[in-house]
Design a protein around this ligand. Sequence first.
Ligand code: BES
Ligand code: MN
Ligand code: ZN
Length: 505
Amino acid sequence: MTSVEVRKASAAGFRGELVVVCHFEGSRKLEGAALELDRASGGILRDLLDRGDFSGKHGQVSVVYTRGALPAHRVLLLGLGKKKECDLEKLRRAFSKAARAVRDLGVAEFAVRLDPFGEAKRPEDPTEAVVEGVLLGLYRFTRYKTSRKEGDKDIRKVCLLAAGDREARRMKAAAGAAEVVSRAVCYARDLVSTPSNEMTPRDMARRAREVVVSKKVRLTVLGNREMEKLGMRALLSVARGSKEPARFIILEYSGGRRGEKPYVIVGKGITFDSGGISLKPPDKMEEMKSDMSGGAAVLAVIRAAAELGLPLNLVGLVPATENLPGGRAYKPGDVLKSMSGRTIEVISTDAEGRLILADALTYAGRFKPKAVIDMATLTGACIIALGDDVIGMMGTDGPLKDSLRKAADETGEKLWELPIWDDYAELLKSDVADMKNTGGRAGGAITAACFLRKFVGDTPWVHLDIAGPAWLSKDKPYIPRGASAVGVRLLLRFLRDQAGKKWGK
Ligand code: BES
Ligand code: MN
Ligand code: ZN
């Protein structure tokens, strides 16, 4: 992966293959680092503007060869769009474009000089946005490609240029934190992209060891016997259709004071969802390897939280199993006893996510959490309601929801709330058991949340349905198609806000 470095140098003094500087749309004159380069080189950028070849439109990229007029061989002028409209999301998007353009040139290293940014709340935010845009935009999942094409070359290093010592120190801290976060995102993307034959529940539990990055992280993995003892029959029933045994992954990070209540994050870990006996249609079924996206996000978040040293206590829970229609599979009509003691009538074996989450949410109660947040690719209905790009948020606690909304605003992950009014819970009434596992097609994302709510108790709780944005069928600016790792940056932003602490220690 590309490494990030901060160096005290001016754009005009940078010696290397390529340096990126920016220009806003609508401005007739070059500014900041672009102006500095233009002056030092005797006007190599000015022409682009004067001849009308470069408008500064957001994401516009022009490469100019310096032919000895500057110590750098090339300058890449990057359009940021209108100055007034330029926010962190625009920076991420523009810089992912720039980084990919550099990669297409076959250049292995480049420098960036970002002019001070007036609008940002924290001075380190723009640096973070640039690093995220670059690292996330360059992501590729190449593990199973046995031949590499020309132009597939990776960028080895990106160098952020700082004007002075003070700026360099700040930039270093921000870049370091953004690197941790971006690596966590790529880690989650890797886990999700790995096909289910190599990402079984056991594989996931094995990979969870990679989260144990310090003495402050503890990993416990429950197997069949332990889950049986705890009475996790909802989770174990889903696992019955597969020869692969289920696992329950518990990660505890103690960055806060002893005895301080933890945040508990829970992620759905269905490593493949065939639907079980209520078999899914074959179209796009291969994408159901991504049904552990919530679980992967949990692993990634705990890992980054530990690497950043966030001063809080955090627990990650991942119920992991396949959902297959084997000979001993659970069936529609079966009645299951969950760990909470409540009974569930199975209407569809394809509504398996809420079953495994039910037991995980019950287990979460043991930690007396400050708050519980679950992430799950839970319902197709959420995609119908909100579209492909949007996280559906449902929960019981106003302030918690507000904090997540604010975090999503800052990370550019789209999130919208759906209601969980009590009326919906009526739809889950069963004739034979305490509840059914589905409530019909109408309001399907909401009835799923109503189901989960029954297992939460009084703890502040939010459910994030990530069925839409977890897997992209088309490239987005800094999210190549496939696994997006949605939720990772969101939760890290949220946790940092909760810790009341700035990035980068
Ligand atoms: N994993 C699916 C939800 C899903 C669908 C995620 C499409 C991503 C893309 C989940 O287990 C499921 O099958 N849900 C059912 C619930 C229904 C049977 C009540 C669904 O949404 O159809
Ligand atoms: Mn399903
Ligand atoms: Zn599923």
